[in-house]
Write a new protein. Structure first.
Lengths: 266, 268
């Protein structure tokens, strides 16, 4: 007999992973893994500031994500500092400042829950937020899908053909921030990017089109969430890291059996 | 493929007058005059870093003019094939899906565009399995789907073996005739251009010289070197510069040699 808290965790985890999969494909295609990590780490600062002025953490996360995206775009254009250095500075500064800000809080908060998630504590109201937010994210992604694909293939070509690349990229960044906000509860800020990129990478060898890869990534993510949660229940391991470990196992199986690593054409 | 009823013939598509593009302190383009009309093939040649790609990007509307003017026919549709476009292996993509991203094309239009570039068999192939020549054909089909008035081809022969290069030039010539398109193409070789070229523009930040390519029939050595088949499609362009360049690329009065750019020897 499955207990209710576990059922809630299962519904939440599978929902978040299924949304993160398709979005994660773009993170992988556009080589934005470190950008995603920066948004996630910076989100801790957003949460802390959100708690300070007493608003829902989701808004704090959205605000910190937008701020980081603006800083990255602005400073990268100047080109005075390498992109990886810039992302590293912002990620760790966000994390450190977030931890410092949380120390000033009078109320005691469960830091581990923010860093590594606390999926076993999700409420029905959390689940409602996850599914509403997830539906909005997937609907938006479907709307901009072809345009975003064209930009991802070649930005110059897309611009020459009249696509407003800056606007589409901003929309993509915003839905990425929403996914980070809803995934926070499940795996925490330190592990969120793994839900985005590992299922997508696992899906790659079996996909012939971008759409197939997105669907497979959603499935692999959902499977990881379920397998990780059952493993966590069985062996009493932390839930968030168990989900990521399951995703990694699926990735390893995928690449072993597809043999893509070996038969890569020149 | 249903062709739109464009005013076929002689219309001017693009006209640059004194076009100057600066990146910081240096000029990529300096007072360039250029025209491309419907049905005309203009080949751009010049040393590396001469601003050929910048000129193509300016025509495509991707860089702003710092000075001078660039006029484009109103509602000009451009089919652009950028240089060294590569698609990351991490993105799974078939030829069909790539072409369906080019705009609102029906399946029948995609099949017909591929047939036009003699690549109908590639429809279901993965992009990553294509040869250089096949990929360029697919990119040409993609450009055709936009029903362009002007084709912008930045080094379309890159990564294509010699036999494939001749076939590709042949194809570009046929497409130009069938669709009465203007074609502006960057040639990868300083001296050899497509035989069907109407005008060659030699660029080194400014226009060094321009004119019709000499007929290959006047170059028996060339025919001997590459064979009669090549002679039908390639032509040798003899530069007629009235100036030379110093090391900084600034024009100086012509030296006694016929050509003072840092280039390999003439074939002719």
């Amino acid at each position: 007999m499955i207990e209710e808290f576990f059922l809630r965790a299962l519904i939440a985890g599978v929902g978040v992973a299924a949304v993160a999969g398709p979005l994660g494909c773009f993170v992988v295609w556009r080589r934005m893994a470190y950008f995603g990590a920066t948004l996630a780490h910076g989100a801790l600062l957003g949460i802390a500031l959100g708690l300070l002025i007493d608003v829902d953490p989701v808004f704090g996360i959205a605000a910190s994500s937008v701020l980081i995206a603006l800083i990255v775009t602005g400073l990268q254009r100047q080109g005075a500092i390498g992109g990886d250095t810039l992302l590293g500075i912002l990620a760790h500064a966000g994390l450190a400042l977030g931890l410092v800000a949380l120390a000033f809080m009078s109320v005691r908060i469960d830091l581990m829950a923010y860093l590594f998630g606390d999926v076993l504590a999700v409420t029905w109201s959390d689940i409602l937020w996850i599914y509403l937010g997830g539906t909005a994210v997937l609907a938006t992604l479907a709307l901009i899908w072809n345009t975003l694909l064209a930009i991802t293939l070649n930005e110059e070509l897309a611009r020459a053909e009249g696509i407003d690349t800056a606007r589409i990229q901003l929309v993509f960044m915003l839905i990425l921030a929403v996914v980070i906000a809803i995934a926070m509860k499940i795996v925490g800020v330190l592990l969120i990017v793994s839900l985005l990129i590992i299922p997508a990478a696992a899906a790659r060898p079996f996909a012939r089109t971008p759409e197939q890869m997105a669907a497979l990534a959603a499935a692999a993510g959902a499977l990881s969430a379920a397998a990780g949660l059952f493993a966590s229940l069985q062996w009493d391991t932390p839930a968030g890291p168990s989900i990521v470990a399951a995703a990694t196992a699926i990735f390893a199986l995928s690449f072993t059996f597809s043999g893509t690593l070996g038969k890569r054409a020149a | 493929m249903a062709l739109d009823k464009r005013s076929a013939g002689t219309g001017l598509l693009v006209e640059a007058k004194g076009l100057t593009v600066r990146f910081g302190a240096s000029s990529a383009l300096d007072g360039v005059d250029l025209t491309v009309s419907s049905g005309e093939i203009v080949s751009l040649i010049g040393p590396n870093g001469a601003g050929k790609t910048t000129l193509v990007r300016a025509v495509a509307g991707l860089v702003e003019a710092s000075a001078g003017t660039l006029w484009r026919q109103p509602d000009l549709r451009i089919g652009y094939v950028p240089q060294r476009l590569s698609i990351d292996r991490v993105m799974p993509l078939t030829v069909r899906r790539l072409l369906s991203l080019a705009g609102r094309s029906s399946g029948a239009e995609i099949v017909s565009a591929l047939a036009e570039v003699d690549a109908a068999a590639l429809l279901k192939h993965a992009i990553h399995d294509l040869s250089g020549g096949e990929f360029q054909r697919v990119m040409l089909a993609r450009a055709l789907l936009r029903k362009p008035h002007l084709l912008l081809l930045d080094e379309p022969l890159q990564g294509v073996d010699l036999g494939g290069q001749l076939a590709l030039y042949d194809l570009i010539g046929r497409l130009r005739r069938r669709h009465a398109m203007g074609v502006l193409l960057v040639s990868h070789d300083l001296h050899i251009v497509m035989a069907a070229t109407d005008r060659v523009v030699c660029l080194n930040h400014h226009v060094c010289c321009s004119g019709a390519p000499e007929s290959v029939r006047h170059h028996p050595e060339y025919t001997a070197l590459f064979g009669a088949e090549a002679a039908r499609r390639l032509a040798v362009y003899t530069h007629a510069h009235d100036h030379a360049h110093d090391l900084a690329g600034n024009p100086v009065a012509a030296a006694d040699t016929n050509h003072a750019d840092n280039e390999p020897e003439h074939l002719s």
